[in-house]
Design a protein around this ligand. Sequence first.
Ligand code: UD1
Length: 419
Amino acid sequence: MDSLIINGGKKLIGDIPISGSKNACLPMMIASLMTDEKVTLKNVPLLSDVKTLISILESIGTNAVYINKNLSLHTKEIINHRASYDLVKKMRASFWVLAPLLAKSGYAEVSLPGGCAIGTRPINLYLKILKEMNINYTINNGYVVAKREGPIKGINFKLEKKSVGCTHFFLMLASLANGTSKLSNASCEPEVIHLGSLLIKMGAKIKGLGSKKIIIEGVEKLNSITEIIPSDRIETGTFAIAVSATGGKIKLENTNYEENKLLFNILEKTGSIINKSKNSISIEKTHNRINPANIKTSAYPGFPTDLQAQIMALMTISNGKSEIKENIFENRFMHVQELVRMGANIKLDKDRAIIKGVKQLNGADVMATDLRASASLIIAGLVAKGITKISRIYHLDRGFYNLDNKLNNCGASIKRISE
Ligand code: UD1
């Protein structure tokens, strides 16, 4: 198992190319199952989540070829309708293959994803969509076994809670349904727009992407497409927070300002200078003072839960008291105890973390508990005095492409060791 050894206290200075977005790439890969023609995705980050999904798609019958960031996926025929627990448990998003399997071939057995470190993560809303669309299902030995007799029924549906995954799921099913579907209280995250735009280019008829109401007119068939995976807004945000903590200046290349507008506003208030140009953003921190901030996570365009752990690392060394409220996942504070081990002063009160800034974090042995928590500990390690060892770094490799090397290219001292 790999660990990272960070020698903290160095400023970050340099340019960082931002990779393709994991959370955009995964549903776009899954959508390739909706056509029997070839789908080519460019700028694909070869993360362990992407590799896991390639294995799932291959087990279903996809011919997958990855060369130099280009991934071609061609599923002439679905040969296996089952996505097994061994693979789905590694990554929840793989549960979404249920939608194209049902839409294309009418039958699917997909393992329940189960809970994870950040909360229970139920699938009740997915099951409601299936029921409304006239798709029969049972839950058998930990699998959702679903079958449709006849075409999928186009429906009007209101999500009782905003869910990115359910919005992806609905878009895929409704695109090949009989008739028109309307989804109310849809998620507006950029990844929904990216998936929807891909489907439109494949021949789907979708209106209202990026708004709370999406209207989808079902079509009979979708076609081949070549598409570029857009930049990763969470990776962008993570580096922006890192340099705001360490000081220095970095230029983030091939990325998008608008998708992280709220974060950049917050970082300006904490004391960083942000400059944007067409495809790049520079973040500069020239002094030691970090102003505290109060943050609530919420659905887009609110503050992303996927940056909550990272911004908390910055707040641990602010000049005052900050409060972070986590509104999306009920147990997404696993990083708190690890930050406390490094000298942070954080008190938890249900879904709120109260952080009193300290002058200095100190290096310690800590453990990554989930994907975004690992990035938080790296930021803490970069600013801490002395050596920080972060174990269980496989969480990081699920969703950040080459993060340690990109930071080292900007002056950080991070070594990866295998034990
Ligand atoms: C996606 C992202 C994840 C991000 C999250 C919220 C991917 C691969 N993952 O996850 O990185 O943190 O959006 O922005 O894109 N819920 C229910 N019932 C359901 C489904 C969801 O109660 O049937 C709840 C969840 O427990 C959570 C909330 O809805 O409290 C939002 O979760 P959701 O948007 O569905 O997250 P994911 O799509 O799984």
